[in-house]
Design a protein around this ligand. Structure first.
Ligand code: FDA
Length: 314
């Protein structure tokens, strides 16, 4: 299976520090990274947030990192978010939720043995507190299917004190239509994406047509529901159907938003915003970009095509 060979090769690359050093220093990869990642520092994240704000777009910022089994690293990630939120608030970018943050629980220690879930909840709670002080919100990213229940439980805990905490649901999972129904209540912020991890057929659709069909079903539930749908896709057909569903359900432009990744279809991002829609750009920053890009490409062949396509398109 050629895709399995490619996958294991890329997985190996993602762990090979010599290769990593070479790739990080190569001038071409700097350009590639600049296209998808704001930079390595808090200042870079604030600068890109300001640029997007000036262009009439919202942002959600992700401090890169995931799957940590190191307590100190989990604390470092929490502190990076606290620092980021303070800097964004100082720059007057957070009020009304214009710039919010996206958080991976695995980066906050969810997978640590013994008390990982408790620890990641505590860290997420601190980040939610800082976001609330800054006048903005937090959205929990969704990772592989073995963490879905734990992440939704953590979400429910956080929502007791911070009801505007958002969640991500992945349309490739068979369970997701049901999760959408559960989360389509008033005030509930749900980001619907297709899903980026390698998942077994027992839990996920593999066929693109099936994933897209399930995406539309899930989107219909969210758009017809009482919550706040966040349509995270670069797929022109999905974007078009989202617009029709919003019209059909008499949704005002401020009752849902489109979300796209930084560097992917930037002209489309601007077109949607200029047409009066709310558009939020997901902006990753930090040192961990190499693992993020290479791992995503290794997990699903379609992710590789996804990043490559962005390099040749506007
Ligand atoms: P897909 O990749 O299926 O592409 C469909 C069509 O879109 C293409 O045929 C093409 O027409 C167009 N297109 C796509 N990319 C293009 C490009 N670069 N240039 C031009 N056209 C392009 N995943 C996850 O598992 N957990 C998470 O928490 C998140 N969070 C998240 C937040 C946000 C804001 C976004 C946008 C995405 C995520 N994802 C995610 C990633 C998501 O699951 C998915 O992997 C990617 O968004 C790719 O799927 P698409 O829906 O964009 O379309």
């Amino acid at each position: 299976d050629p895709s399995a060979v490619l996958r294991s090769g890329l997985m190996g690359l993602s762990r090979n520090t010599k290769v990593r050093d070479v790739v990080e220093k190569a001038p071409v990869s700097k350009d590639v990274v600049k296209r998808f990642v704001a930079g390595t520092s808090t200042e870079d994240a604030v600068r890109v947030s300001r640029e997007l704000d000036v262009e009439g777009k919202l942002a959600t910022i992700d401090f890169l990192g995931e799957d940590t089994l190191d307590r100190a690293q989990a604390i470092h990630t929490r502190d990076a978010y606290l620092d980021l939120l303070a800097e964004l608030a100082d720059a007057c970018l957070t009020d009304g939720g214009r710039v919010e943050v996206s958080v991976k629980l695995s980066a906050l220690g969810q997978a640590l043995p013994k008390d990982g879930r408790k620890l990641s909840l505590e860290h997420a709670r601190s980040i939610c507190e800082a976001a609330a002080i800054a006048g903005t919100t937090v959205t929990l990213d969704m990772e592989d299917h073995t963490t879905t229940d734990a992440t939704l439980e953590t979400l429910a805990e956080l929502r007791k004190d911070f009801p505007d905490t958002g969640a991500v649901l992945q349309a490739y999972l068979r369970r997701t239509e049901g999760d959408c129904r559960d989360l389509a209540y008033e005030g509930s912020r749900v980001r619907l994406c297709k899903g980026a991890y390698a998942e077994p057929a027992s839990v996920a659709f593999a066929d693109k047509g099936e994933i897209d069909m399930n995406y539309v079903k899930c989107m219909r539930v969210l758009m017809e529901g009482e919550g706040y749908p966040m349509i995270a896709s670069h797929d022109p057909r999905i974007v078009e159907i989202a617009g029709s569903l919003a019209t059909k359900n008499l949704r005002a432009p401020d009752s849902f938003e489109y979300q796209l990744l930084y560097g992917i279809r930037p002209n489309e991002q601007q077109r949607l915003a200029d047409a009066g829609n709310q558009v939020r750009v997901y902006v990753p920053y930090g040192d961990e970009w190499y693992g993020y890009l290479v791992r995503r490409m290794a997990e699903r062949p379609s992710n590789t095509a996804f990043f490559l396509r962005a390099l040749s398109s506007r």
